[in-house]
Design a binder for this molecule. Structure first.
Ligand SMILES: [Zn+2]
Length: 369
């Protein structure tokens, strides 16, 4: 019995031992597994650690970055601040500059204003002075105008025509020099001729024609007309007639006459001008000739009268005393019955006046007056 128990005990011991052994082995495996897992875990941990480290590093980096960023941020903030400050400064500077600029601008404006003011002042002064000058000038003009030294502005471009109706109802007696400085004397005036048929005196015909011409010139608007006489009452010497034209500063002097001789056969129109050899008015000879030519041609064209042509005459005292181009036009022969009748006709007179007007117009346009 004891042996059986012994054997059983031994067997149980063995089993127990085996169990223990197996258990130990199992523990070992578990431990090794555990170690392995621990290793893995360690590795994972390590990896995690690494990651953690990485994270840490990243975190540190991040921190660093953050710090850096913060630094940067701070820097940037600082920079921003700096920029802001800078901007503020700049703003301030700008503002300052702006203020400065504005100040400068204001100063400039002020200085410009001052300078412009001063310029304006100067200009103003000069304007004032010029205005004053103009004013003075205009006043002078006015004064001149008012004193009749200069014609009004509206009359500046007008051509001044002095018309001299030949002879007068009252004949000026005595003699006068034939020209300035001349010792040669000539009758101041004559009674002129008269119509062989109509008995109309020359001085009436010439005044009637002169008035018609005057009206045409004035209606045209380009002329200012001066008449040596407007009636038959006053005696006028030839020198006095020229003096009226000279005082008026006439551009041209148109003298109107009519011919009369002993013969009734002669008729026609002629124009007389001072020659280039005229000792008194040779400088007006050319224009006088042109004026005479235009008057003659135009009048003959209008009246269909015969042209007797141009005559150079230096013996006409009324022309010799003139200080402008002058023409004496003989409108026809009152000693010729046919022409005398025509000269008495109102329509024919109108044609004469129209012809003379057109001649003067041609002259004015030629000399752009
Ligand atoms: Zn006459």
């Amino acid at each position: 019995m004891k042996n059986k128990v012994k054997k059983t005990s031994v067997a149980l011991c063995l089993i127990f031992c085996m169990i223990l052994t197996l258990s130990a082995c199992s523990n070992l495996k578990t431990t090794s597994k555990k170690h392995a897992s621990e290793k893995v875990a360690d590795a994972d941990d390590k990896a995690e650690d690494k990651n953690d480290n990485k994270y840490v590093a990243t975190a540190i980096d991040d921190n660093n970055n953050h710090d850096t960023d913060q630094v940067k941020s701070q820097d940037s903030n600082n920079q921003e601040n700096a920029q802001i400050n800078s901007q503020d400064n700049k703003k301030d500077n700008k503002n300052d500059n702006k203020n400065l600029d504005e100040n400068n601008l204001n100063n400039n404006i002020n200085s410009e204003k001052k300078s412009s003011d001063s310029a304006e002042d100067k200009e103003g002064k000069s304007k004032d002075e010029s205005q004053l000058g103009d004013g003075d000038k205009s006043e002078k003009k006015h004064n001149n105008t008012s004193s009749h030294v200069l014609p009004p502005v509206s009359d500046v471009k007008r051509m001044v025509v002095c018309i001299d109706p030949g002879h007068s109802g009252v004949v000026a007696s005595g003699t006068e020099p034939i020209g300035p400085g001349s010792s040669e004397e000539k009758l101041k005036d004559t009674s002129g001729t008269s119509g062989c048929v109509t008995k109309i005196p020359e001085y009436k015909l010439t005044l009637a024609l002169s008035k018609k011409l005057k009206n045409l010139l004035e209606e045209d608007g380009n002329y200012m007309v001066i008449m040596t006489r407007t009636d038959h009452k006053d005696p006028l010497s030839c020198k006095e007639r020229a003096s009226i034209a000279n005082k008026a500063d006439a551009d041209i002097f148109v003298r109107i006459h009519a011919d009369g001789i002993d013969s009734q056969d002669v008729n026609g129109v002629s124009a007389h001008y001072p020659t280039k050899n005229n000792p008194y008015v040779s400088k007006y000879s050319e224009k006088s000739r042109v004026l005479s030519e235009f008057l003659l041609e135009s009048m003959c064209h209008e009246t269909k009268a015969t042209s007797r042509g141009l005559f150079g005459r230096d013996d006409l005292s009324g022309s010799n005393w003139a200080k402008m181009p002058v023409s004496l036009i003989e409108v026809g022969f009152m000693s010729n019955p046919q022409e005398d009748k025509l000269l008495a006709d109102e329509k024919y007179r109108n044609k004469i006046a129209q012809g003379l007007f057109k001649g003067i117009e041609k002259y004015r346009k030629k000399y752009d007056k």
